[in-house]
Ligand binder design. Sequence first.
Ligand code: 5GP
Ligand code: ZN
Length: 112
Amino acid sequence: MSDCLFCKIVAGEIPSKKLYEDDLCYAFYDIAPQAPTHFLVVPKAHISSVAGVDETNQATAGHIFAIIAKLCKELRLDSYRVVSNIGEQAGQSVPHLHFHVLGGRDLTWPPG
Ligand code: 5GP
Ligand code: ZN
């Protein structure tokens, strides 16, 4: 999508601190970290949010979870939180599917 911030980051049109990439996904550090470790994993193809996951792209969504597990092992994070906000009321500010991965501090529950 031409006017999407995360599509532009995936395309390298906006710089980011890359952690990982492959054919299906891209992982990069959040610009405003909310924990000592805070990165985002996004599909390279535009999907609006978890609400846009369907039978045509579910393999990509599943792949992203495998990559999150792999990256956290490599970063030696053994306790962390994976969050995806869907829609304005839940706090989604970028309408391109992304999973926040947060770790390195105590995380409270319930979330705000
Ligand atoms: P959301 O609010 O949609 O759940 O998450 C969007 C996240 O993207 C926020 O945590 C925000 O800090 C991050 N973000 C917004 N713009 C940029 C950017 O240009 N670069 C990076 N690395 N992160 C961004
Ligand atoms: Zn996009």
